[in-house]
Structures are given as structure tokens and as C-alpha cells.
Design a binder for this molecule. Structure first.
Ligand SMILES: Cc1cc2nc3c(=O)[nH]c(=O)nc-3n(C[C@H](O)[C@H](O)[C@H](O)COP(=O)(O)OP(=O)(O)OC[C@H]3O[C@@H](n4cnc5c(N)ncnc54)[C@H](O)[C@@H]3O)c2cc1C
Length: 423
């Protein structure tokens, strides 16, 4: 069915967390806003988490399902010094949908298929054939909805994880009450090959999500490898997994290049707001959405064209010069990690986790504070041994790490522990 299309101020393509937050914020600023998504009523299934201090202060309390003390294990144990928040996914969705309804966002079902002109997008499979808007935002996730580029066909560095949800009491040997396990690098899965860690977070309903995670590999470590390692690790710690345990599968790229398309504003994972070292983007999207909306509203009110408004929001909020520089440094860090021998990875994280809290916080969250990011990297370098220093600096003189075989047999082979955990 085709419905008459009217011209909006802002078209947000993609109704994930980033798209909905931005659409609501734009409409709240008085902009006529349309959200386009192929399945706008489909529920979200992912478990989203963030550092508690990174979330917008006005996020309603019921959107946070649990808040716990952050802990990590590399060669030894580390207290992060700040809280970790797991979001209640349906509550987050309801919060954003309520805001969109309240402010009058027009929701259109359909898939953006092509950009016909700077202000006109062709739509397939839904209730419109085209949507016209002064500003077009691509919040369509890591695949980006409009445009091409050689990066799309290259092997991607991906974060992958396989998780199960178990009763909190069962998970207690690994995730004691009141704590969130950000990473546990102990090789208790008993496998050789690509390094993986356990991530364990309370979901706030008496259950805990336990996920064997590959932070980044090009391409991503296969999910069945992670599943086998997770079950081996949990068995070793006496954590039973019921046959009907809920499963979470994670796969998304962490090396999407910075969006430089003219006339379209990339937002959320499309920008990408994804931190290459953690895979986090949701807190950044929720925080930046009102700031992007404010710049778009001001620019359009000043009589700027849509393209000028997009360029200003990009330059002043999403990709400030500092944010570009920080992103480039984080990408170098990712390439260093991708080239690091498996046996050195836990020692690297041990060095990172032992840094003073302000440095760790800056590296993990300060997306447009170049000085703080450089200070954190300098401190890490200063505390590293010569071998690790070489591993950190060397890759910056090399091209991106080459793609590995998609499904390496070595990753499945049982073997001895690879590193010296201080038990
Ligand atoms: C299982 C899992 C767990 C994760 N956990 C975390 C976490 O704890 N913390 C965190 O910060 N990040 C996490 N991530 C990363 C996560 O992908 C992103 O952070 C987040 O979903 C990005 O939000 P987004 O709105 O930018 O994109 P998405 O959530 O990917 O939403 C994109 C939307 O665009 C729509 N779309 C796609 N193509 C088109 C088109 N052509 N036209 C119109 N619409 C289109 C899609 O239907 C979708 O609704 C996780 C990812 C997964 C898969």
C-alpha cells in the first residue's frame, strides 16, 4: 500500500535505540520528524549495558534493570571503581516509544532502498514509496542503509559472544551478588587459540547473563566455538546450565569506518558511535541524541539548508575534530589487539586494568577528549614492558591486520592454559 508522502524536517532511517532516541529528541525540539523502519513494532532482544556514569542523568530509573560494582579478572583481580548498569530492554523501548508518541513522531513502515536526491529516499516493502525530508539521518545500524563503500565487502573485525541466562544463585561462583563481571580472562575454558573472556552481568530479575566473548577478531570468532568454551568454563566452576536456558548470541562489527557521506548524518552504530575496544554505543547514542537535535533545530530555524544542518551536527556533535582524533587512536588500539599474540592479551588487559581509574575511565568513555585519551595511552605505554610496548606501537606502522581463516580448527582444540593467572 502506498500512502501520500509529506515533507518532514527530519527523516530518521532505522528504529533501533539510536534512531528512536534521536527521533524523539528532534520532535521534542519542534521538528516534524519521521522514523522509517521495516518492522517498527518488532521488540528488541539484545541485552544492553553501559557504565552507569555514562548514561544520561534524566534516564528514568526503571530503565536500569540492575546496577552493580564492576569487577574484572586478567592476570589478577581488579575493582573497576565504578558501577555497571544493565538496561531493562523493554523498559528502554517503552521509554523511547512514549517520548516519540508524546512529541508526535510519524512512524512509517518500510525499508530505505536508495537516496533519490539529497532530500528524498526511496522506500520498499512498506506504507510509502518515498519519504522526503530536509535532513536525512541514517540510524540503520552497522550496515548503514544508504550508500556503498569498499569496507562493506571486506572482512570485518567483529565482536562475537555466546551467552546463557542462569539463576543468580547458580552463577554466584563467578558473579557474586551485587557485582558485574566485566571480563574474566582466566583460561578456564581449557581451549587454545583466539583469546576469549567471560562476561557476567545480573539482569535484575534474579538471573545472570554469562557470555563467552571474543572482544574482536577479523572475522568474528564463530559462535559455536564460543558456546563450547562457555559450557566448558561453566562446568569447571560447577555452574549448571538448564536445557531450556535463554541464549543470547552477539555478532557486530567494531571497525566500521567513520561515516563521511555528504548530506547524510550517520548516527548510532552507523556513525559509528561503537567504541572499537568495548563495542558499546547505546549510552553514547542516548547522550548525544538531544545535542544533535538541538543543532539540527537551530540550524533549520536559522534558514540553513538540510545539508548545512547535517554538516553542522556532524562537525559540532558527532564528529568534532577531537572525536575524530580519539576514534582514530581507538582504531589503532583495535588493530594492535587484533595482531597481539593470544598469550599476551591477558597481560595487556592486566596492565590496562591496573591504570589509575581516571585513565581507564577516559579511555573507555571520553569520545571527544583527546587530551585524556592520549594521557591514558601514554600511561599504559609507560607501565608496559618493552615487549608489550612493541606490540602496542608496531601495528600503527602496519596496514590493518589481515583477515584470519573464518573457522580455525586451532580455536576448537583443547589445550593447556596459556597464561600465568595469579591464583
Ligand atoms: C546481542 C547484542 C548485545 C549487545 N550489547 C550491547 C551492550 O550491552 N551495550 C552497547 O552499547 N551495545 C551493545 N550491542 C551493540 C549494539 O548493536 C548496538 O550498540 C545497538 O543496537 C546499536 O543501536 P543502533 O540504533 O545504532 O542500531 P540497531 O540497533 O542495529 O538498529 C538499526 C535499525 O535500523 C533498521 N534498519 C536496517 N536497515 C534499514 C533500512 N534499509 N531502512 C530502514 N530501517 C532499517 C533495523 O530494522 C533496526 O531497527 C549489542 C549488540 C548485540 C547484537
Amino acid at each position: 500500500m502506498s500512502v501520500a508522502s509529506s515533507t518532514a524536517d527530519v527523516l530518521v532511517v532505522g528504529g533501533g535505540p539510536a534512531g528512536r532516541a534521536l527521533a524523539a529528541a528532534c520532535a521534542d525540539r519542534g521538528l516534524a520528524t519521521t522514523l522509517l523502519d521495516p518492522a517498527p513494532r518488532r521488540p528488541w532482544r539484545s541485552t544492553f549495558a553501559a557504565w552507569a556514569g555514562e548514561l544520561p542523568p534524566d534516564l528514568p530509573a526503571d530503565v536500569v534493570a540492575s546496577r552493580s560494582t564492576g569487577r574484572a579478572v586478567a592476570l589478577g583481580e581488579h575493582r573497576l571503581g565504578w558501577d555497571y548498569a544493565v538496561l531493562d530492554t523493554p523498559a528502554l523501548r517503552a521509554h523511547l516509544d512514549d517520548a516519540m508518541d508524546r512529541c508526535g513522531v510519524r512512524v512509517v513502515t518500510g525499508r530505505a532502498a536508495a537516496q533519490l536526491s539529497p532530500y528524498r529516499v526511496a522506500v520498499t516493502g512498506g506504507d510509502a514509496e518515498t519519504v522526503t525530508a530536509r535532513v536525512v539521518v541514517d540510524a540503520g545500524g552497522h550496515r548503514r542503509t544508504l550508500g556503498t563503500g569498499p569496507w562493506r565487502t571486506r572482512a570485518r573485525a567483529e565482536q562475537t559472544a555466546h551467552g546463557v541466562v542462569v539463576a543468580a544463585a547458580a552463577a554466584a561462583p563467578l558473579v557474586p551478588a551485587g557485582e558485574a563481571l566485566f571480563m574474566d580472562w582466566r583460561p578456564d575454558h581449557g581451549a587454545r587459540g583466539w583469546p576469549t573472556f567471560l562476561y557476567g552481568v545480573p539482569l535484575g530479575d534474579g538471573t545472570v547473563l554469562l557470555e563467552e566473548t571474543s572482544l574482536a577478531r577479523r572475522p568474528g570468532l564463530p559462535l559455536d566455538v564460543l558456546r563450547d568454551r562457555l559450557h566448558a568454563r561453566l562446568a569447571r566452576h560447577g555452574v549448571p546450565v538448564p536445557a531450556d536456558a535463554r541464549i543470547e548470541r552477539v555478532r557486530f562489527p567494531v571497525d566500521t569506518p567513520r561515516d563521511s557521506r555528504a548530506g547524510i548524518l550517520g548516527f548510532g552504530a552507523a556513525a559509528p558511535l561503537i567504541h572499537p575496544a568495548t563495542g558499546f554505543s547505546v549510552a553514547a547514542a542516548l547522550t548525544l541524541a538531544p545535542r544533535v537535535a538541538a543543532v539540527l533545530a537551530e540550524s533549520l530555524a536559522d534558514g540553513s539548508t538540510g545539508a548545512e544542518a547535517v554538516a553542522r551536527a556532524d562537525r559540532e556533535v558527532v564528529w568534532t575534530p577531537a572525536a575524530r582524533a580519539v576514534h582514530a587512536l581507538r582504531r589503532r588500539g583495535l588493530e594492535a589487539l587484533l595482531r597481539m599474540p593470544a598469550e599476551d592479551v591477558p597481560a595487556f588487559f592486566d596492565t590496562f586494568l591496573a591504570l589509575p581509574a581516571p585513565h581507564r575511565w577516559a579511555y573507555l568513555t571520553a569520545r571527544d577528549d583527546l587530551g585524556a585519551t592520549l594521557a591514558a595511552m601514554t600511561a599504559l605505554f609507560g607501565r608496559s614492558g618493552w615487549a608489550l610496548r612493541g606490540r602496542l606501537v608496531g601495528p600503527s606502522m602496519l596496514p590493518p591486520a589481515p583477515a584470519l581463516p573464518p573457522d580455525p580448527g586451532a580455536d576448537r582444540a583443547p589445550g593447556a592454559a596459556q597464561h600465568r593467572y595469579r591464583r
